[in-house]
Design a protein around this ligand. Sequence first.
Ligand SMILES: O=C(O)CCC(=O)C(=O)O
Length: 378
Amino acid sequence: MNVKINTSAVCITLALSLYLSTISEIQILTDIKYILFPKDAHHPFNRVPSISYSKLINDDNSIDTEIFDSMREFGFFYVTNVSNYDAASELKYLKSFFALPTSTKMALAVKKHDSRNKNIYRGYGPVVENSGTQHKEMFNIGPHEVPTPSYKQTDSSLDKLRAISREQNVWPETGDVQFDEEFKKVFRLGVQIRIAIAQGVIRSIARSLKAEEFVSRFTEHEFSTLGLRRYPVRTRRSQNMNSEYDNVTLSELEHEDSTVTILTTFNCTGLQALYKKKYIDVPPSNEGFIINIGTIIEDITDMKIKAVRHRVKQVDFERHSIPFFFNPSFDANIRTSISGRLTAAGERSRIFGEWMRDYLPSVEPNLLEKSLTTDDGV
Ligand SMILES: O=C(O)CCC(=O)C(=O)O
């Protein structure tokens, strides 16, 4: 690669950087950088901010404008310098999990994939061949370690689903006790770190919107899920794996999330986000996290921040990622926005649990048995 460096531009930038960093005028520096290095301007995501973890969880309101502006323009931002977080360790245990024998993984499969198992919502999902634009292996972990609340067949579908939202985790039993314990430790901590980040994000958005009530919609977050993902290299390609938007081959279909996502992509490329009608590569999260919101939150916040449309393009290496979907409480009001307007989700659902009862079957057919989604015949 032939890289040309403009030495005077480098010197001016360094000098300004030293001066400006002392007075925290980083945005001015960024703007000057685009004048000096026009190439950077072609990658708009270079302007997406990295927010310090400690400022976020300690409610330092100096970060609020940066978060809000980035959520409004790009629909995402980064959180970095996360104390107590070791992405390399998560990646190591994620890879070891997916390398386990199929029988060990299938013992943890959700009921949809093995009807002998009890777990319905959290657990293992094998790669489903010929699934078009979706091509991934999964293991889902939630925040609940105590037994799933019991329910009776005569309970309403909503009450049954309320119990499922608190489904107890299943964990691998490999015969190697040390591995099993470490695996649990790493990902239980991973869930806690991401919950703390998500709550910090919600509080920051609430401050920006002057809407303290917004925070109370997330007190329980029972349905939240950490998803370990492995995207294998495809051995075969066909037209139904290609995007209808621009014909790029995908391993995750274009979509918007629903609530709040704390995403780990390690050093893997492949994630793309829609910006000004074009899909653009999102720089990997490396040691930190990528934060975005989904359509329900966009609507509750009266469209003041954006649910970014994104996808994963097929890459020529085995890809790994860990999205954490942080959800409102099962009983949270999703019917009205902060300003009191009726939301799109609210036309059918009063509370988040009701919305999930309709949504899950549409994105994961057969995940929930019929008795969990309808009250017919009860
Ligand atoms: O793997 C990624 O980078 C993104 C995953 C994603 O968009 C999803 O699971 O909803």
